[in-house]
Design a protein around this ligand. Structure first.
Ligand SMILES: Cc1ncc(COP(=O)(O)O)c(C=O)c1O
Length: 425
């Protein structure tokens, strides 16, 4: 007999207080941050922890150069700028991303052109890129989503054909590999976020990597007011071009450095949990774990679940099924969430074309008007409708929590008629 749902007054599957938040904090993290107070270096691009983090992250990714920044967004802006993107130029961005990727293009007064995703890997579909290229296109800007690396070889091939740069938003894929190569060393320049939720967390912060020495020099100027700031040399106070204030704090650098010592271990746990959950979900009709293409070694920034009501013989819209199941799971103590509610081009900023004002970049001399319509990205719409992410599939949570998740999923699906009935009242 099926167990009584928590919604019907039965015991919840996951006890209160069991789920722990990301990132796992240790005494080592605390000491690393506290040591900054006594170091005599609170900030600065030439501060010791900034330099150490740059060296270690470049080495980890297999990139020649790394710059620490204060956010993933600033790192994204830097990769766009160093690719030589100028007002009115166009950059291809996936329609399914955090909008910061597209904002980085707008920061250069350039125009994001959106490309739909591969429905299985939820990253930019290389097959849809060429139809979006024109003489204004300067760069392709794939985004690794939910820990899944983008399919980079065909993207590079297209970029070579049209003489474009490939810049990469890897804000969600620290340590992921594409065909055995660590992300951060695959695109011409790459941006990472170290905000609180990310696999490599510093609370906030970002990282920029490239193999191109000239691009690195340019990015360093952009990071610090357009000036050239050299470790051990007096500052000239002369801006060589437009720049921003994208420096990071030494507290954050110390925190990221400490977390970096456990990145591999933490990613390994995420993979173990994901493997277990995917195997369990393959035996539960109506739900499915993520697909992994052969080229990818993902790091499961988020663990996504697909909802398939037809597998249960239910003739209801997927969103109705998803909402009903999620409500029942929430009562069981199992949290699920929606990452992105619409394709980025459907967001108000693109509907109302709010760039720099006066219509820029779309109607300035260099630009062109672009019509952004959410319905032009059916795979993104479908992916958003059919999927949610499962909360807390990461350490310090353990396999005991993952086992309870699987048990809770089974319980809810075993009671699916009642779950759907409860959702209707
Ligand atoms: C794909 C993607 N790009 C860019 C960003 C921006 O990073 P940050 O929040 O550090 O500015 C994020 C983080 O939320 C992200 O997930």
């Amino acid at each position: 007999m099926a167990e009584t749902l928590a919604l019907d007054g039965g015991p919840s599957t996951v006890p209160d207080g069991m789920v722990q938040a990301w990132p796992p904090l240790t005494q080592q993290d605390k000491e690393a941050v506290l040591a900054v107070f006594d170091s005599g270096h609170l900030h600065g691009t030439a501060a010791p922890r900034a330099l150490e983090l740059q060296e270690k992250w470049a080495e980890y990714c297999g990139a020649k150069y790394c710059l620490v920044t204060n956010s993933g967004t600033s790192a994204c802006h830097m990769v766009v700028a160093v690719a030589g993107v100028e007002p009115g130029d166009e950059v291809l961005v996936p329609a399914f991303t955090y909008w910061s990727t597209a904002a980085a293009v707008l920061h250069q007064n350039a125009i994001p052109i959106f490309v739909d995703i591969d429905p299985k890997t939820y990253t930019m579909d290389p097959a849809l890129i060429e139809e979006n290229i024109n003489y204004r296109t300067k760069a392709i800007f794939p985004v690794d989503i939910h820990g899944m690396p983008s399919d980079m070889d065909p993207i590079h091939e297209i970029a070579r054909k049209y003489d474009l740069s490939v810049i990469s938003d890897c804000c969600q894929t620290h340590g992921a590999k594409y065909k055995g190569k660590t992300v951060g060393s695959i695109a011409d320049a790459t941006a990472f976020s170290c905000n609180r939720s990310k696999n490599l967390s510093g609370g906030e912060g970002g990282l920029f990597t490239t193999d191109n020495e000239e691009w690195c020099r340019h990015a360093a100027m952009l990071r610090e007011f357009g000036e050239v700031v050299v470790a051990g040399k007096d500052r000239e106070y002369n801006a060589f071009g437009l720049g921003w204030m994208y420096r990071n704090h030494e507290f954050v650098n110390a925190f990221i450095l400490s977390q970096l010592t456990r990145l591999e271990e933490n990613n390994a746990k995420r993979k173990e949990f994901a493997q277990f959950l995917t195997s369990e979900l393959s035996q539960i009709p109506g739900l499915q774990g993520p697909f992994t293409p052969t080229y990818a070694d993902p790091v499961y920034f988020s663990y996504v679940v697909e909802f398939l009501p037809s597998e249960l013989g239910l003739d209801v819209p997927v969103t109705e099924f998803k909402d009903a199941v999620q409500k029942a799971l929430a009562a069981e103590g199992i949290g699920m969430g929606q990452w992105q509610s619409m394709p980025v081009p459907a967001q108000s900023v693109f509907q109302e074309k709010k760039g720099y004002g006066k219509g820029c970049p779309w109607s300035c001399t260099h630009g062109r008007d672009v019509e952004y319509r959410g319905e032009d990205y059916p795979r993104t719409l479908e992916f958003i409708a059919n999927h949610s992410y499962l909360s807390a599939v990461h350490p310090p949570n353990g396999m005991d929590l993952m086992e309870l998740y699987a048990k809770g999923f089974r319980k809810v699906i075993d009671n699916i008629d009642r779950v759907m009935e409860l959702a209707r009242v």
